[in-house]
Design a protein around this ligand. Sequence first.
Ligand code: PEP
Length: 236
Amino acid sequence: MIIAANWKQYLSPKEENELLLEFGSSLKLHPKQELWIFPSLYSLMCLSKLAKALDMPVTIGAQDIAPTLDGALTGGIRADFIRGELVLIGHSERRKIFHEKITDIKKKLQVSLDANKRVILCVGEKKPISDEEIIEQLQTELDAYKEVIDGRKEQVIIAYEPWWAIGGNKTPTVQTIQKVIKLLHKLGFAQVLYGGSVDPHTIGKIVCPELAGFLIGRASTTMTVLQAILDQLTEM
Ligand code: PEP
């Protein structure tokens, strides 16, 4: 099972460094659990080097990527220049705060897949709607990426993250999650993560065998909280 930790900009570079070391020395992963960490873009290079130097069993990825390889993009980080094999694309905070549209996400998918990255593509409805509407919306969005993704779906992991579930304590039902996974499998995406308010209190209600893992924000920035989630998953 994949545990993807999205640290956003919660921690200072020093705290990120310390947390990675703490994970390395004390976090107990079940042999079937895989830990992916998305630190701030500022710390990406440094933590990638540290994880490699210490031979830590974690994969470090980028929280975002520039939509083009064009040199003239202030503040951009090119997909073909970054270290590591993983890139997060389409997170709801990027869509909400930076107004990223499907056309931008499509470009990011293109450059990342061309650079041979594995992409975690975040999708999900903005507000609670019926399961039928969720399925329709997801299908429409994924159709828009078809020409870019087709032929390289094995490089794409979908994270189902309803916007309304992120950063709080509400989650969809496991039945809704299962319906979404069924659709995504039908569309050829073998690995599906769930993200949104995953913590030691919610995890038991949303875990199901069809899930490849979880994308975890706030709860992944504290070692004891993350360990409590991992322990629960091990016992299930
Ligand atoms: C996220 O932002 O990807 C996320 C899942 O956040 P949280 O776990 O804090 O809801």
